[in-house]
Write a protein that binds this ligand. Structure first.
Ligand SMILES: N[C@@H](CCC(=O)N[C@@H](CS)C(=O)NCC(=O)O)C(=O)O
Length: 266
């Protein structure tokens, strides 16, 4: 049986759980939650399976696969007799992958920047100094480490925050334009593109940011439709978010500043 190493509120884990639940594949859960600055949650041999030390990681027999979007494509290839989340039309597949590419082309990093500036820095500032030093010593992604340092120290004044907000404004606007013309992001069929990107509406929404894109009607209708799916209920709502309360409080406190950045033209 498939084993997924993950934790509740991770966007990358949410998209894999969405894939598993949509396809109705049985899986076993192993929770590894280092995100509050606790590297000791990670099993000693974890880097052998994901050199970056991040979740999600999927194990299927003797295969160990990291990277959420690669995991999703793996599930399409390895579990062909299940519900399909990838079209057979090559043009739709290309569209689907172009949408998914945006995640690695900056959106995931932007999401972490917003997360650290608004919320995580408050957790890190309260974490035992030795524990936090160990967490960063074991973080192998240099960009993540240096971004975190700036974002933790500077919070809402971080120079990385305006471009991160701008990246989401562009993404959500582009998605809205697409969704005015097609039912789903890659065409007529619900696909990996939809489940890969919806998690960022959930994430930014948890910071109380959704009034910022209330004018994007097609995007909001799309989000409503996905939230109504049983798989979303299972993969996102039921797993929940242990930091939800803090996200809400800090998101409310940051709202005016974030709104100013969202409204900025440049
Ligand atoms: N590109 C990776 C990104 C994975 C990633 O960023 N994982 C985060 C959760 S979303 C993580 O493991 N965080 C643990 C930590 O920050 O300590 C993927 O798509 O799987």
């Amino acid at each position: 049986m498939i084993t997924l190493f993950h934790y509740d509120r991770s966007t990358a884990a949410q998209r894999v759980r969405l894939g598993l639940e949509e396809k109705n594949i049985e899986w076993k859960s192993v929770v590894i939650d280092t995100a509050l600055g606790d590297a000791s949650q990670r099993p000693a041999d974890f880097h052998k399976y994901n050199p970056k030390g991040l979740i999600p990681l999927l194990k299927d027999g003797d295969a160990a696969i990291p990277e959420s979007t690669i995991i999703l494509e793996y599930l399409e290839d390895a579990y062909q007799n299940y519900v399909k989340l990838r079209s057979v039309n090559p043009k739709e597949v290309a569209q689907m992958r172009l949408w998914m590419r945006k995640i690695e082309d900056g959106i995931h990093v932007a999401s972490r920047t917003i997360g650290v500036c608004v919320v995580n820095r408050h957790f890190y500032q309260k974490t035992d100094k030795k524990q936090l030093a160990d967490y960063y010593a074991k973080m192998r992604d240099g960009v993540r480490k240096s971004n975190d340092k700036i974002n933790t120290e500077m919070g809402l004044e971080s120079p990385l925050l305006p471009p991160a907000i701008k990246a989401f404004k562009k993404l959500f606007t582009d998605m809205d334009i697409q969704l005015q013309n097609s039912k789903w992001l890659a065409g007529d069929n619900y696909s990996l593109a939809d489940i890969s990107l919806v998690v960022y509406l959930t994430r930014l929404g948890s910071f109380q940011m959704s009034p910022l894109w209330s004018d994007l009607r097609a995007l909001n209708n799309w989000f409503d439709k996905i939230q109504g799916r049983p798989a979303y209920q299972k993969a996102v709502i039921e797993w929940g978010d242990i930091t939800a309360e803090k996200r809400k409080t800090e998101g409310d406190a940051a709202f005016e500043q974030v709104k100013k950045l969202w409204k900025q033209e440049k």
